[in-house]
Design a protein around this ligand. Structure first.
Ligand SMILES: Nc1ncnc2c1ncn2[C@@H]1O[C@H](COP(=O)(O)OP(=O)(O)OP(=O)(O)O)[C@@H](O)[C@H]1O
Ligand SMILES: [Mg+2]
Length: 368
């Protein structure tokens, strides 16, 4: 069985990561589909899918809950579109001590800002949703798409980051007056509040203080959850699939990702190189492989004829393909022993189940 077929058959969690526009959302949907074709019950968490793909997956409007995909599969495939805000709201409800506390937070203007604007929130909520589905849902496989970012760590670090934010000194200082422990700190806090008010306006600060006060007692829950998500991301049941394209700049970005994952002690299970230059016609019936150089030489010999034109087009395509391979060599070495799975650029937009199935067939081929 190929590596990716093994992943969709056995893994419990798959995370598709990589830089912007390389095909993460497409790959994530394809892997969930392949698992369902094999009789599993899969769910894909997509992030901002292209409109037409969202329609094909039945995701009109924002749906933070899995929806079944209508298709003739041995298993079941579900999809959902991550809604950052309602996932965050769900966390607040889960960790608040009573509905009143939840309500105070959810209606707070400062919360409204941070729940969508705090850096890494989307990554955090993606990993939170993953955890919720993987641990509490009835799924064989949860596939997660990730937001476009240059830093693999944005996704890995996100759960910890909120916990750290709640641990922040300013938070402690602001909280202290309500506990009224030490008068000196109280004075310090007043000074901080006064100077902050000058910069961002008294109303914002009042909202922030109200928010932190409402949040009291919830840090512990958030921190425990962050640690549990982190553990799931690092467990053996989770497979990271790195998606890249063969162009020099995205290969460099993928290399940076691979390096960061490696530093975190996380293995890349497979490298998908999407949008490879197709090389149809490079291999003759006799198995002889034409190179860009030989095609170019034949084009020159046959200059002015129709077949000469075809050879020139083939030479151009092969030259791009050979360039792609040169760019890839270093990256393939970097993720070794993970296999490199090449997907040629398709002559159609991949935005329906048929398109996903076509990519699926290419992803499941034996590794080289
Ligand atoms: N092999 C392919 N051949 C042709 N089109 C493709 C291929 N793979 C993906 N596409 C198309 O490229 C576009 C980008 O793909 P996709 O949305 O999966 O990338 P992404 O990495 O999720 O992007 P972003 O970082 O913006 O979220 C989509 O319109 C998709 O249909
Ligand atoms: Mg995407």
């Amino acid at each position: 069985m190929s590596s990716l077929a093994t992943v969709v058959t056995n893994a419990e969690v798959v995370i598709c990561c990589g830089s912007g526009g390389v095909g993460k959302t497409t790959t994530a949907a394809v892997l969930a589909l392949e698992a369902a074709r094999r009789g599993r019950r899969s769910v894909v968490v997509t992030i901002d899918p292209a409109r037409r793909l969202a329609d094909a997956l039945g995701l009109e409007g924002l749906t933070n809950e899995p929806r079944a995909i209508e298709a003739d599969l041995d298993g079941d495939m579900y999809a959902l579109m991550l809604d950052t805000k309602s996932t965050f709201d769900g966390l607040v409800r889960r960790y608040s001590s009573d509905p009143d506390q939840a309500e105070r937070i959810l209606t707070n203007r400062f919360y409204d800002n941070i729940s969508s604007a705090l850096s890494g929130t989307q990554e955090y909520m993606a990993s939170e949703k993953l955890y919720e589905l993987a641990r509490e849902g009835d799924w064989d496989l949860v596939v997660v798409d990730t937001p476009p970012t240059r830093h693999a760590l944005d996704f890995l670090d996100a759960p910890q980051r909120l916990a750290t934010f709640l641990d922040h000194r300013l938070y402690r200082i602001l909280m202290t007056p309500t506990r009224g422990i030490v008068k000196a700190v109280n004075v310090a806090a007043q000074t901080v509040v006064r100077s902050l008010s000058k910069v961002v306006g008294g109303e914002v600060v009042a909202d922030a203080i109200a928010f932190f006060q409402a949040f009291e007692g919830m840090e512990g829950g958030f921190k425990e959850r962050a640690a549990a998500v982190d553990e799931l991301l690092r467990s053996d049941e989770t497979a990271f699939v790195l998606v890249a394209s063969p162009k020099a700049d995205t290969v460099a970005e993928a290399g940076y990702f691979a390096e960061q994952l490696d530093q975190q002690g996380i293995d890349v299970r497979a490298l998908v190189v999407n949008r490879m230059q197709p090389t149809f016609g490079a291999e003759t019936a006799g198995g002889e492989v034409t190179t860009a150089a030989t095609a170019r030489a034949r084009a020159t010999t046959l200059e002015g004829t129709a077949i000469g034109e075809h050879y020139r087009a083939l030479a151009d395509a092969l030259q791009v393909a050979e360039g792609d391979e040169v760019h890839l060599a270093g990256l393939a070495g970097q993720v070794d022993p993970a296999p490199v799975v090449r997907v040629p650029v398709q002559p159609f937009e991949v935005n329906d189940l048929e398109g996903l199935a076509a990519i699926g067939a290419l992803l499941m081929v034996e590794d080289d």
